[in-house]
Design a protein around this ligand. Structure first.
Ligand code: BES
Ligand code: ZN
Length: 578
């Protein structure tokens, strides 16, 4: 039976326990030439269905030699099923293949797209269902694998992986880098990057990687990392992944962060110079427990990853930076939720926490709903059960499902066992299976938050101008009614268009464009040519495209920059402009 709508993996077939990957990284052809050996938990026979996308399969072998296989025609969302015939008692298979230059998980950057400008760069981004474009495997988070990997790369470059580094050897123009991942992971956490990379230690178990030109600034920005790990351990128990390293990505990285185990990937847009955007690090760190240890069984239960992680993130923010700061984040989150509930107005079924995604691409379903509605639900549950009882429940949930995957039904059963009656009292059915935001959603409150909210579309006074943090600015801009008064926009322009804090800058540009204040079009165009983070591309392209006066500009900008955007970002913006 197939238990994940986004995978051909069938639970009546053999199950992969580990992967041994050897790949040659060829920047000239933008392909990996690779062999992947899949070792099964128990030897078996019959058919094995693997997920692939745009892979050229050359041969498949087992211990007894060549195996018969069929690569079926590609389905638009799932990709192509690779069906292999296994003789009884087969312990492993090895697939020899090449990736496509258009592999959806990979971005191949020209030297001009990097900070250094001299060397090319390659990185992967596998969540939710792109691992199959790099490795043929059972690409469902229901199955966890250990792996070892050997990457052949140009000698001038370094490779990093979300894994333990074993060794580097050099021969001629090549270097071979070897890694092993002793902790079993869902396939979407498979990750690597190759480029001109250097590292600096941040603490005993963390270091930051970046291109040399970025390294100092990154190390300064992320100096709180060790303190964050310690705070998270107090909340959740021991950190199970040995190291928490950070890779500062090139600007085209399509997400804010990605919780690849042992090596979180982070957009360079968080490097504001004043550490004001490090909540992204806190979030990815929190995934070390919620998501990486306890993993959504498939994308239909994505809120178990993200809602829990936002809940953990805000607890940690409170502990590290105070209750006011955490409340501002919660309020900003609530605004982004309202925005996405409106965006999904015509697809209310995607605003449930428990979703049904057969025939739906997880990248198209992506929104703030699993994050912020998930967060609000857990806060409602926390209020209903009481802080101590809820924290105890959370710890027992993490203990029971450690290194396993979970569904929303598992969650319901576990809460009901530990906190009987609580699901009914909080109205869990409506939260999980209803569209939109239930009326008992807790409202974030704090004095600092109330002061910002009280301003509405009035201009901040001298006291605010002198004291506001970027987070207060962000909330002020998010809460401003649209269209905002022209006088307000003109007064803000001088200060905000020059902002180097991307969250503030993009919130401002979005507000201005949505209010028809076109003086910011040049700055917005500049941003769209500099960064590829979807959180920024989507609102700016959407705002430009909805104003008839700037619709053509949106099209031109996309035509100019599409080639430098990540394949996933490109697809999303194509949807916005269609
Ligand atoms: N795991 C996500 C990123 C992701 C989700 C990638 C789904 C692909 C598919 C990551 O942990 C995340 O949530 N990143 C956020 C930042 C965070 C501070 C909310 C982002 O990228 O905006
Ligand atoms: Zn996340």
């Amino acid at each position: 039976m197939r238990r994940d709508p986004h995978s051909y993996a069938d639970d009546s077939q053999v199950e992969t326990a580990s992967l041994a990957l050897r790949a040659r990284v060829d920047f000239a052809s933008k392909t990996l030439a690779a062999e992947a050996q899949l070792v099964f938990a128990r030897p078996g026979g019959g058919r094995l269905d693997l997920d692939t996308r745009d892979l050229a399969i050359e041969r498949v072998v087992g211990p007894g030699g060549e195996l018969r296989f069929t690569l079926h025609p590609a389905e638009p969302i799932l990709g192509a099923r690779l069906a292999i015939e296994l003789p009884e008692g087969t312990p492993w298979v090895r697939v020899h293949y090449r990736t496509s230059p258009h592999a959806s998980a990979l971005q191949w950057l020209e030297p001009a797209q990097t900070a250094g400008g001299v060397q090319p760069y390659l990185f992967s981004q596998c969540q939710a269902i792109h691992a199959r474009s790099v490795v043929p495997l059972q690409d469902t988070p229901r199955i966890r694998i250990r792996y070892e990997a050997e990457l052949a790369i140009p000698r001038a470059l370094k490779a990093v992986m979300a894994a333990r580094k074993v060794e580097r050897t050099e021969t001629g123009d090549d270097a071979i880098e070897r890694f092993e991942m002793p902790q079993p992971i869902p396939p979407y956490l498979f990750a690597f990057a190759v480029g001109d990379l250097a590292a600096r230690d941040l603490g005993a178990r963390s270091r930051v990687w970046a291109e040399p030109a970025m390294l100092e600034r990154a190390a300064h920005e992320f100096s709180d990392t060790e303190r964050m790990i310690a705070a998270a351990e107090e909340l959740f128990g021991p950190y199970d992944w040995e190291r928490f390293d950070i890779l500062t990505m090139p600007p085209s990285f399509p997400y804010g962060g990605m919780e690849n185990p042992r090596l979180t990937f982070i957009t360079p847009t968080v490097i504001a110079g004043d550490r004001s955007l490090v909540s992204v690090i806190v979030h990815e760190l929190a995934h070390s427990w919620t998501g990486n240890l306890v993993t959504n069984a498939n994308a239909e239960h994505f809120w178990l990853n993200e809602g829990f992680t936002v809940y953990a993130e805000r607890h940690l923010l409170e502990k590290l930076y105070g209750a006011d700061h955490a409340a501002l984040h919660a309020a900003i989150g609530r605004s982004s939720l309202e925005e996405d509930l409106a965006r999904f107005h015509d697809r209310p079924e995607l605003t449930r926490l428990r979703t049904h995604l057969a025939g739906v691409d997880p990248d198209d379903a992506y929104s703030q709903v699993p994050y912020e509605k998930g967060y609000a639900f857990l806060r409602a549950l926390e209020q209903t059960a009481g802080q101590d009882a809820f924290t105890a429940w959370l710890r027992s949930w993490l203990r029971e499902y450690r290194f396993r995957s979970a569904t929303t039904e598992d969650f319901e059963a576990h809460v009901e066992r530990a906190l009987p009656g609580m699901l009914a009292r909080v109205g869990a059915r409506e939260w999980l299976d209803g569209a939109g935001l239930p009326a008992n959603a807790p409202v974030p409150r704090s004095a600092q938050l109330a002061a910002v909210e009280a301003l509405g579309s009035a201009l901040p006074g001298d006291r605010e101008l002198a004291s506001w943090t970027p987070t207060e600015w962000e909330l002020y801009l998010a809460r401003m009614p649209r269209p905002a008064p022209e006088a307000t926009l003109r007064a803000l322009d001088g200060r905000l268009t020059a902002s180097t804090n991307y969250e503030v800058l993009v919130a401002w540009l979005q507000l201005a464009l949505e209010s028809g204040y076109r003086a910011v079009v040049p700055r917005a165009s500049e941003v769209l040519g500099t960064v590829g983070r979807m959180k920024y591309l989507r609102p700016l392209y959407t705002a430009l495209a909805s104003d008839p006066a700037t619709r053509a500009t949106a099209r031109e900008l996309f035509a100019r920059h599409a080639a430098s955007y990540h394949p996933i970002a490109r697809q999303v913006i194509e949807g916005v402009l269609a």
